[in-house]
Design a protein around this ligand. Structure first.
Ligand SMILES: O=P(O)(O)OC[C@H]1O[C@@H](O)[C@H](O)[C@@H](O)[C@@H]1O
Length: 247
């Protein structure tokens, strides 16, 4: 059981930023969409344009949350409230769904142009825990989770997938609520304290803490180890391969 408490029987992995190098793709697409919207809004209202910060705003308000929650949470921090609209809203609609759809177009374009790279250390770690007999699930807020797993060539490594599409169908609350992680543990037939959560997002480690999982491993790709601990990580690594070395 590489680097994990001995009672852990299952591993629950976030996707973007933990398994695949896509957190930065999301952050860039959010910035492009929000900056365009904020610039137009500022020009219309004659106020100063304050750009979206792809590190601080992304971590605090957007990272790890379902798409529409990301739109709402960031805009609320700027004192902006938009109508919800509907999932079919065109990308230029000034609604929560419209802005979310615009951002999704940008993400999909970047992914199709550049492809998706998994983190090599994460792939090695998943192989090792599977060989040790642990069950594995992906738990992601992303509605694009399945396509990203396929593009990265790692979809066969997981027994279960609870993603943005499944969460919507089953009406599960998004991270930082623990619901999607709890659902994954239930699907794998383990108690929360028998499962390890692997997360790079502040909202994600919060979900791990709220669900009382066996261990919450924070994955620090951007130098935020302290914040990950403060929000719920029991341990922080820079790469999952570090856990293999600690055996
Ligand atoms: O817009 P999607 O692909 O459904 O993803 C929702 C969220 O999924 C999370 O995994 C990412 O950390 C967020 O940046 C992203 O916004």
């Amino acid at each position: 059981m590489p680097g994990l408490p001995s009672h852990v029987r299952a591993c629950l992995f976030d996707l973007d930023g933990v398994l695949t190098q896509t957190a930065k793709v999301h952050a860039a697409a959010w910035k492009e969409m929000f900056d365009d919207y904020l610039r137009r809004r500022a020009a219309r209202e004659g106020t100063a344009f304050v750009p979206f910060d792809a590190v601080d705003d992304y971590d605090a308000y957007v990272d790890g949350r379902p798409r529409e929650d990301g739109v709402r949470t960031f805009l609320a921090a700027r004192g902006v409230r938009l109508p919800e609209g509907s999932p079919n809203d065109p990308p230029e609609a000034e609604t929560v769904n419209g802005l979310g759809n615009r951002k999704n177009e940008l993400v999909l374009r970047r992914i199709s142009e550049d492809g998706v790279e998994p983190y090599e250390g994460s792939v090695r770690f998943v192989h090792a825990v599977r060989e040790a007999g642990l069950r594995c699930a992906v738990v992601s807020s992303s509605a694009n989770c399945r396509d990203v797993l396929v593009a990265a060539g790692i979809e066969d490594l997981f027994d279960e997938r609870i993603d943005g599409v499944v969460a919507r169908e089953r009406q599960l609350r998004g991270k930082p609520a623990p619901d999607t992680y709890l659902e994954a543990a239930r699907e794998l037939g383990v108690q929360p304290d028998e499962a390890a959560v692997f997360e790079d997002a502040l909202a994600g480690v919060e979900a791990g803490r709220a669900g009382r999982f066996g261990v919450v491993v924070g994955v620090d790709r951007v130098g935020q180890a302290k914040q990950l601990r403060a929000h719920g990580a029991d341990v922080v690594v820079r790469d999952l391969a570090e856990l293999l070395e600690s055996r």
